[in-house]
Design a protein around this ligand. Structure first.
Ligand code: CUA
Length: 347
């Protein structure tokens, strides 16, 4: 028997199993990866909002429908090529073309189009503008998010790089861009919407489950596009209310005569960043009034702790290539520590 020839009884021996095992492992891995994509804090298939549920439903209807049609076509092909490979009359062929080639696709596509159009009004922002309990302005920047909560009494709360939403309440987003085209997308909450310079696009979302999710800029906007995430926390309505009221005032952790505060002002950080309660009114960079309480640093880039704060201050351009923030490599170890400790205290 030549090398490579299979032994006639190989299918009964362990050799065959050893060949199948890696195959089976690969298939299992593939299925696990595919199923893994169905859940998680950035999955459109694990909806936590009304709009995302509709998108997920449309996805499953189309996937299952497509799979059924594919199976039908394959069955027909097998029938014609393997089981009954005989010629059919011109009349039968004509009927097949009419029903399976014209009537069936037109019916299926019309049904899908009707279903898709029926879903659209709820995705259209203006139809629901009246029902929104809160408007949030979000402006995309390279590579961070400027967030302004507009309260019914006309006041506003400014924040950045993190979004908080009340569960069960419709929120309207006014989406803008300060530089490039960005795209606002929180997959578990709903569909995406581009942020285009010189335009305001409106999107309405309603979260129906509390939790922490991950939004992501979905339009390539430069070197650190992939580092432009938007951690999103959906909270019970009363907790959200309390959170919002607390954000109207300077951080209770703010120590205005601290060494960190003096460095912050001395290094002119206040020209780009705003910190409520001190003379820092900059608008070119993220608002830092309550930066210490955020879940992450650098728009989802790093865990928010004092060490990472110091790393980000001195090496922002290494950590986030293309970002507008200058390096602060000249700061001494003590200065970096003072500054980051003070910033982290802005809870
Ligand atoms: Cu902003 Cu991609």
């Amino acid at each position: 028997m030549a090398v490579g020839d299979a032994h006639p009884l190989q299918h009964l021996t362990g050799d065959n199993l050893s060949v199948q095992r890696p195959c089976r492992a690969a298939v299992t891995l593939l299925i696990a990866v595919a199923l893994g994509a169905c859940s998680g804090r950035q999955s459109a298939l694990d909806p936590a909002g009304e709009e995302a549920s509709q998108v997920a439903q449309l996805f499953w209807v189309m996937t299952l429908g497509g799979a059924l049609i594919w199976a039908g076509v394959i069955a027909l092909a097998l029938y014609a090529s393997r089981w009954k490979p005989h010629a059919v009359s011109d009349k039968a062929a004509g009927r097949l073309i009419l029903w399976a080639g014209a009537v069936f696709p037109v019916t299926v596509l019309t049904a899908l189009l009707t279903y898709g159009l029926w879903l659209m009004p709820s995705l259209r922002p203006f139809a629901q503008q009246q029902a929104a309990s809160l408007t949030i302005d979000i402006t995309g920047n390279q590579f961070w998010w400027h967030v302004v909560y507009r309260l019914p009494d006309g006041s506003e709360v400014v924040s950045a790089n993190e979004l908080r939403l009340p569960v069960g309440q419709r929120v309207e987003f006014a989406l803008r861009s300060a530089d490039m085209i960005h795209s606002f997308w929180i997959p578990p909450l709903g569909g995406k919407m581009d942020m285009i310079p010189g335009r305001t696009n409106r999107l309405s979302l309603m979260a129906n489950r509390t939790g922490t999710f991950r939004g992501q800029c979905a339009e390539f906007c430069g070197t650190s596009h992939a580092w432009m995430a938007l951690p999103t926390v959906v909270m019970p309505a009363d907790q959200f209310e309390a959170w919002l009221i607390a954000r109207k005032a300077p951080s209770p952790g703010l120590v205005a005569d601290d060494a960190g505060a003096r460095l912050f002002l001395g290094q002119k950080c206040g020209s780009c960043h705003r910190v409520q309660g001190i003379a820092a009114e900059g608008k070119a960079g993220p608002d830092l009034s309550h930066v210490g309480s955020r879940l992450s640093l650098g728009a989802g880039l790093l865990e928010n702790d004092i060490e990472n704060m110091a790393r980000f201050v001195s090496h922002s351009g290494f950590l986030k290539p293309g970002s507008q923030m200058p390096f602060y490599l000249t700061l001494s170890e003590t200065e970096r520590s003072d500054l980051s400790r003070w910033l982290k205290g802005l809870q």
